[in-house]
Design a protein around this ligand. Structure first.
Ligand code: COA
Length: 372
């Protein structure tokens, strides 16, 4: 068995930002338009008027202040409320491959590793822009990586499940180096016309480079242990799949976009995640005082504050549990990796931390690391 290290991470951040105020102004214009179009039915009491959204609610309910997106204009157009992605011909890189390659190149540069030395590329994300060929194989070719590549989807836990998958192959000796890449184009599966969730997501791509922990000279993180768990739930669901075009009248079905029962998610996921982390730490003889930092999934500030407090047994200091969701919103599987990537270089050798993601499935994945 070989030991495993994380030697580099990379983050691609889109150049376009939507603030809460911009988002709310567009949503409210959309709601006004819709209410005007449906004025008769609203007056007759057969449909309900769409209420306005508010920036104050968004910050209070989630902690999110803005989000990065690939196409701001389409999302903020009250007559559209959806990003505009012009389909690309098959001989051009896809959207996910494009941003995934950017993040991967940053991770490779950080670790000073050449793409040709990569044996495995996993594209792990909550939505794939096509069924096949795998996005990961396209990324492998664009990077000039060797070995093999495949896609996997565990929704918000895709990154940590991908890390465990790659780490297990490195441990067993079947590969030496792997890139786990998370291009999350969440703006394309968010229903921007639904007030209950229109503020939740943003776009980003992250990459994590894992290597056999041998002859490494630059600072890196030892992967001490990984653990994944799942438990079926319909409370976060997206029905858009290969059956989409097989029945009539599918055009504007709400269940083809992100759906959630946010309150239930809140109540059911928190105990699952807290227990998962506690059991993982106990089995690895890691106690709260051993942990310098938590890099948690970035869905909701209240959830993270609750989990941080449960794990450490006290309110974490901001630097012990860094949040990035105020800037990026929920970026599905990429969130904990952005937090890790932007808040780990200052750690001293021997200090330990825990990466944890959770979400649809339900799923929860944790990675205990130590600075070396
Ligand atoms: N603007 C203004 N008011 C809004 C609003 C908006 N955008 N969205 C909802 N509201 C209203 C609701 O209609 C409700 O009004 P009511 O009390 O009159 O019915 C009130 O605000 C509270 O809504 P609720 O949905 O109960 O809010 P909440 O405090 O539970 O927060 C979530 C909502 C979704 C942010 C929260 O439940 C959450 O974060 N859940 C977990 C989400 C998660 O992790 N999902 C994983 C995704 S991968």
């Amino acid at each position: 068995m070989h030991n495993v290290a994380i030697t580099g991470t990379g983050v691609f951040t889109p150049s376009e930002v939507i603030t809460n105020d911009e988002l709310v102004a567009a949503f409210n214009s959309y709601a006004d338009l819709w209410n005007a179009e449906n004025a008769d039915a609203i007056a007759a009491g057969t449909v309900e008027a769409k209420p306005h959204s508010s920036s104050e609610f968004i910050v209070a309910a989630s902690g999110i202040q803005q989000r990065y997106v690939l196409d701001k204009e389409g999302i903020l157009d009250p007559a559209r409320m959806f990003p505009r992605f012009t389909p690309r011909p098959d001989d051009q890189p896809g959207f996910m491959a494009d941003i995934g390659v950017d993040a991967a190149q940053k991770a490779l540069a950080k670790a000073r590793v050449d793409a040709s030395d990569i044996d495995l590329v996993i594209c792990a994300a909550s939505n794939m822009e096509r069924a096949y060929p795998a996005i990961a194989v396209e990324i492998q070719q664009l990077l000039g990586a060797g070995g093999f590549a495949f896609d996997m989807n565990v929704a918000c836990s895709s990154a940590t499940f991908g890390i465990q998958t790659a780490a297990d192959m490195i441990r067993s000796g079947s590969i030496r180096r792997a890139l786990v890449i998370n291009p999350e184009i969440c703006s394309a599966h968010l229903e921007w016309r639904d007030r209950d969730c229109h503020f939740i997501f943003g776009d980003v791509a992250t990459a994590t480079l894992l290597e056999r922990d041998e002859d490494l000279t630059a600072p890196h993180f030892k992967v001490l242990s990984t653990r994944c768990a799942t438990q079926f739930s319909n409370n976060i669901r997206n029905n858009n799949g290969y059956l989409r075009r097989t029945t009539d009248a599918m055009e504007d079905r709400r269940d083809m976009q992100f759906m959630q029962n946010g309150r239930k998610v809140f109540k059911e996921v928190l105990p699952m995640v807290s227990k998962h982390i506690a059991d993982h730490m106990a089995d690895e003889n890691v106690t709260a005082v051993d942990l310098r930092r938590l890099w948690l999934h970035q869905a909701n500030k209240t959830m993270n504050d609750y989990i941080g407090k449960k794990v450490l047994g006290r309110t974490p200091e901001p630097e012990e549990q860094p949040n990035i969701l105020q800037d990026y919103a929920n970026t599905s599987s990429a969130g904990s990796i952005i937090a890790f990537s932007k808040n780990s270089d200052d750690m001293a050798p021997g200090e330990k931390g825990l990466i944890c993601s959770f979400g649809a499935g339900y799923s929860v994945g944790s990675v205990i690391v130590e600075r070396a």
